[in-house]
Design a protein around this ligand. Structure first.
Ligand SMILES: [Zn+2]
Length: 676
């Protein structure tokens, strides 16, 4: 009898243990947590299209539009865009009417409509807005029906001018449409169009002008299609396009470039923001590391000389100009959104988190100040030190006319091109990884739903007030336990990041500039917390005569200047207005004892409201001790160049408010240092 009972008991035991729910897996930091410089890319991601051989595998991979769901303040930017001038640009733009060359296919139809559609379409997909999708498809319809037998599509005027630049922008709008809808007409149109390009005599492919400088956009679209169809002629076309595009691998700032119009346009801010990344695009085919080195070298060349300012931009108030390196020189709004898009592209190609740092710096500190808080108007130029957004034309900028007042009717290129800034950023908040995991690449309130491991779907909700909050909470939701790597960017500015999983702290802390990765079997309800612990830092710019700027984590800070808003044009519904200073701006920050950096303290922390990017709503306010610097005067409605530090202060020491520079349209963010 005994011999029978024991096996029965054993069986019951086995049955019970297999049927009982698995106990919560203990978190074992030593085995599960590590850091890497980039997610490994031995093979392509199994679920989402990325580089197929022979292209170099992509460490980070874009998820289909819709996988990332923006929330909180980021969702607010998209909703304000929809209700503001991006969503309603057709009411005021003279390029979006029924006479557009993109509809008639006869008259003029250049970059403006595609610039707008490229962002408007993505905005509609992200907001799941049926009316916007319909409007997007209305414009795309004309592109589909315009395709000629030889593969060309779009306005005939552009074909006659042998100008492929507007189509490069339209290709991006078509790609997004495909990512959102899987409409195969896109693949067919692009394949036939690239056949057209492939059969063009070399001298007719990108013969000059903007298209020659911007051919890398076309190149990126060729790889996008290759990764979906694998047509081998596309790799030959890619080589041809690269050969016909201006050489962005050689140093950008060389005097020899002044010989021709095209060469001098290497100095144009928007061209630099786009072109510097092109060697990195072609690297995917050649795998020549020297091309990635050229990207970083050219970025550095420009930023070390013209980017001596907070906010991630460089002074190019049309072109970069020797001698115009002070933070009062402006950056064009197009330059901001193109710079961000280049960083997002390089982030996926290299997996290097520094590109996410750079995208965040522009997005959080510069882009919001290029637009009005209701996103119903923008200006052409934004500067780190900007004391008057007036409609006058006497500023020391290279371009002429009104450049800094806020006007929904003007600034033709930026007016349309700004549309893709926030949507593209939102799409890169979460990325897939080559090893079938997920990466929190750019931090913002959001949720992501995506396939991992062998194809299980997981949702991760990211709760955070970042960049205004210091902590990020990631909540995992999945039907059954699934093992996959979860990467979290450790921002380059961070020195002391703390991580915990399900309340268990990872011992020690982490420095920024890498990804932390947790490899474990994730269960529903698992929670990761990141505490970035930013500190207030005073950064000195030796080449701006010892000027200082204040940063705390991802945000830079500017003097809060009173705003006097005056309408000068436009309509009741779409006003154009100036913002003039209502309080003094010429302050220096008081040095600490014995020449120590100025002391700055945290004064106010609050939950970000719906639209945090206004002076009144600033979720963080710092206090600094400051004195007026009488010799620092207005020059032609601009702040004079920052005086050498230490500057001569006058009058009493005052306590001034510093607010995130993204909240400040009038701002001083590079200060001289004064003594008390
Ligand atoms: Zn522009």
């Amino acid at each position: 009898m005994r011999t029978l009972v024991i096996p029965a008991l054993l069986l019951a035991l086995v049955f019970l243990t297999t049927r009982l729910p698995a106990p919560p897996a203990a978190f074992r930091p030593a085995e599960e947590v590590s850091t890497v410089t980039a997610p490994p890319a031995a093979a392509p991601n199994a679920h989402y299209p990325s580089n197929r051989p022979p292209l170099v595998p992509s460490p980070l991979v874009k998820l289909p539009i819709g996988a990332v769901e923006p929330r909180g303040w980021l969702m607010a930017q998209l909703q304000l865009m929809r209700d503001g001038f991006t969503g309603r640009l057709g009411e005021i733009s003279r390029f979006l009417g029924e006479d557009s060359g993109w509809i008639t296919l006869k008259g003029k139809g250049w970059e403006e409509m595609p610039y707008w559609l490229k962002g408007y379409g993505d905005l509609g997909y992200l907001l799941k807005d049926a009316a916007m999708r319909k409007e997007t498809e209305r414009w795309l319809h004309y592109a589909f029906v315009s395709q000629a037998r030889d593969g060309y599509f779009g306005p005939a005027d552009n074909r006659e001018a042998r100008d492929l630049w507007p189509n490069m922008v339209m290709l991006a709008a078509l790609q997004s449409f495909y990512e959102a809808t899987a409409d195969r007409r896109v693949l067919s149109l692009m394949s036939r169009y690239f056949q057209y390009e492939f059969h063009l005599p070399a001298e007719d492919l990108l013969p000059g002008s903007w298209q020659k400088l911007r051919g890398g956009e076309n190149l990126e679209s060729v790889y996008w299609l290759y990764n979906r169809t694998g047509e081998s002629f596309l790799l030959d076309l890619a080589r041809k396009i690269h050969a016909r595009t201006s050489d962005w691998a050689s140093p950008i700032l060389t005097a020899e470039r002044d010989r021709s119009w095209v060469e001098s346009s290497f100095y144009h801010g928007v061209n630099i923001a786009m072109g510097f990344r092109y060697p990195g695009i072609f690297y995917q085919q050649t795998r020549a590391k020297s091309l990635l080195d050229a990207v970083e070298r050219n970025y550095r060349l420009v930023m070390d000389r013209y980017g001596r300012q907070p906010g991630g931009m460089f002074g190019a108030d049309e072109n970069i100009r020797p001698g115009k390196e002070d933070p009062r020189q402006g950056a064009e709004t197009c330059t901001m959104v193109e710079f961000m898009a280049s960083f997002e592209s390089l982030l996926k190609i290299t997996g290097d988190p520094v590109w996410a740092d750079r995208a965040e710096e522009v997005a959080f500190n510069s882009l919001p100040a290029s637009m009005t808080p209701d996103l119903k108007g923008l200006h052409y130029l934004t500067a780190a030190n900007l004391i008057s957004c007036d409609s006058g034309a006497e500023h020391d900028f290279q371009n002429s006319g009104t450049l800094v007042s806020f006007d929904p009717w003007s600034y033709r290129c930026c007016q349309h091109n700004v549309a893709f800034g926030w949507p593209y950023l939102a799409e890169h908040v979460w990325l897939a990884t080559a090893d079938n995991g997920l990466a929190a690449a750019i931090y913002a309130p959001s949720a992501v739903t995506a396939k991992v491991a062998e194809g299980s779907e997981v949702t991760i909700v990211e709760e955070t007030d970042y960049p205004f909050g210091d902590e990020v909470r990631l909540d995992v939701a999945c039907e059954r336990p699934v093992a996959f790597p979860l990467y979290m960017r450790l921002p380059g500015w961070a020195r002391n990041v703390r991580i915990s999983v399900n309340g268990v702290a990872v011992p020690g802390s982490f420095r920024g500039g890498r990804f932390a990765v947790i490899r474990r079997t994730w269960r529903h309800g698992d929670q990761v917390r990141l505490d970035f612990a930013p500190v207030i830092e005073t950064v000195t710019w030796p080449s701006i005569r010892g000027a200082v700027s204040v940063r705390r984590g991802p945000l830079w800070y500017a003097l809060k200047i009173g705003e006097d808003r005056r309408r000068y044009g436009g309509t009741e519904e779409w006003p154009a207005y100036e913002i003039l200073p209502a309080t003094p701006w010429n302050y220096g920050l008081v040095a600490g004892p014995e020449g120590a950096p100025p002391a700055v303290d945290l004064a106010v922390r609050r939950t970000p409201p719906y639209q945090p990017f206004t002076p009144e709503a600033a979720p963080i306010v710092l206090k600094a001790r400051a004195r007026r610097v009488p010799a620092w005067r207005e020059e032609g409605r601009m702040a004079g160049p920052v005086p050498a530090s230490p500057a001569a202060g006058e009058g009493p020491v005052e306590e001034v408010d510093l607010i995130p520079m993204g909240c400040a349209r009038l701002r001083i963010s590079s200060f001289p240092v004064v003594r008390d």
